[in-house]
Design a protein around this ligand. Structure first.
Ligand SMILES: [Zn+2]
Length: 395
């Protein structure tokens, strides 16, 4: 089995694993020497204007290279705090590349490739938990964690051998709540792997102290342009120089620096000077870990939670379809959405959609994902933006 798993990692995985290992010893000049020629090549191809999501939506072909099946595939993002969005990604290399960097981030808390993980996410095809033998991952489906299933979840989780718990920052405490804190403390959890959202200030350190379990945390985004690991030395974020190129540009409307990202992928949509609409703070003066570009903290994508009909606080992101979920035409029908919680146990879902969409199907999909809340649907022509241009799912 170990050999089969190793074989599945593929050439891009090993290429990037080598690059990561080398880059950790690079000087500032060597980091620049790797990044600048690549960045300049992209800017000379696409121009040096800062780009917005709308540019890629309007003119996807302009930013896409080698767009021939099976070299590329369509990626739909719907699980982030922004409008649903589509772009083309490298079929073969992207997952391998991604895995090389995630495994490196996770290794900071002792993870080795294919150690057992429990992933609290996805829809599990209706199952409460489901095992993926190739990945060595148990997926626990948030949508199936309704009250009458919790005793089964608690019995099962006690049967596990030591594992890493893979969650979103906003779903970590939901998971603890679902299994119960006393039982959670008895579980053989080797580390927590939590990305995609920010932790509220101090929460990560508080958890680590309180439970004695280390957290591997990172900043990435669904367009795969830049990726940064949260550093246990300086408590800031270090951007992997071989993954993509990060620029920090001043923000006109808020304190902090805009994270502008350029991706280094050769196949699929190339994001160039792409405004992620996330903001960063200046880094601490020094960090001995490496010479990667750094920031102090990252703002944006704050946690979005709701209260279910049993009074539990849950992560909205954990209930949204992830990248592995194939929604068919589902996200194609929805141009924008927002969740509003007026009272505990219920959610109002505001949607921007074409008039001819299959409303029953859209509503059933949300009802399957959120059986622990009563849902109300409201179709609107447009959803207003926040001042920084980033909408929150939940208001
Ligand atoms: Zn550091």
């Amino acid at each position: 089995m170990a050999r089969i798993r190793e074989g599945l990692l593929g050439p891009s995985y090993f290429h990037h694993r080598r690059l990561i290992a080398q880059s950790k010893n690079w000087s500032d000049d060597e980091v620049r020497g790797y990044q600048e020629p690549r960045f300049r090549r992209l800017v000379s191809r696409y121009g040096d204007e800062v780009t917005q999501k709308e540019d890629y939506r309007r003119n996807p072909g302009r930013y896409t290279r080698w767009d021939t099946p099976p070299l590329t595939h369509l990626v739909r993002t719907g699980g982030t705090s922004d409008q649903p969005f589509r772009f083309r990604a490298d079929t073969f290399a992207r997952r391998q590349k991604e895995r090389a960097y995630l495994f490196d981030i996770w290794s900071h808390v002792g993870y080795a490739p294919h150690d057992l993980r429990v992933h609290y996410r996805g829809d599990g095809g209706g199952d409460l938990f489901r095992y993926n033998r190739l990945e060595n991952v148990w997926a626990v489906a948030p949508a199936a964690t309704v009250e009458q299933e919790l005793s089964r979840l608690r019995r099962w989780v006690l049967t596990l051998s030591p594992f890493f718990l893979n969650v979103y920052p906003s779903s970590l405490f939901t998971f603890i709540d679902l299994v119960g804190e006393d039982l959670f403390r008895r579980l053989p959890i080797r580390g927590v792997l939590a990305g995609s959202e920010a932790f509220p200030l101090g929460e990560q350190a508080h958890f680590e102290q309180e439970f004695g379990i280390p957290i591997a945390h990172w900043y990435g985004h669904s367009e795969y342009a830049v990726l940064a690991y949260h550093c246990r030395d300086c408590h800031g974020f270090h951007f992997y120089p071989t993954y993509g190129y990060v620029e920090l540009l001043p923000s006109d409307i808020e304190d902090g620096w805009r994270i502008v990202a350029t991706s280094f992928n050769r196949v699929g949509t190339q994001f160039v000077r792409y405004d992620t609409r996330d903001l960063a703070l200046a880094p601490a003066a020094n960090c001995p870990a490496d010479h990667f570009p750094r920031v102090g903290a990252i703002l944006g994508r704050s946690q979005e939670t709701f209260i279910d009909n049993a009074g539990r606080k849950r992560s909205l992101l954990a209930h949204m379809p992830g990248e592995d979920y194939d929604p068919g035409p589902f996200w194609n029908q929805i141009r924008d959405l927002q969740f509003v919680q007026d009272e505990a146990g219920s959610l109002r879902i505001r949607l921007v959609a074409d008039p001819e969409v299959d409303k029953d199907r859209i509503q059933q999909t949300f009802e399957r994902r959120l059986p622990m809340a009563s849902l109300e649907f409201e179709y609107v022509p447009v959803i207003e933006r926040n001042p920084n241009g980033k909408r929150r799912y939940l208001t």
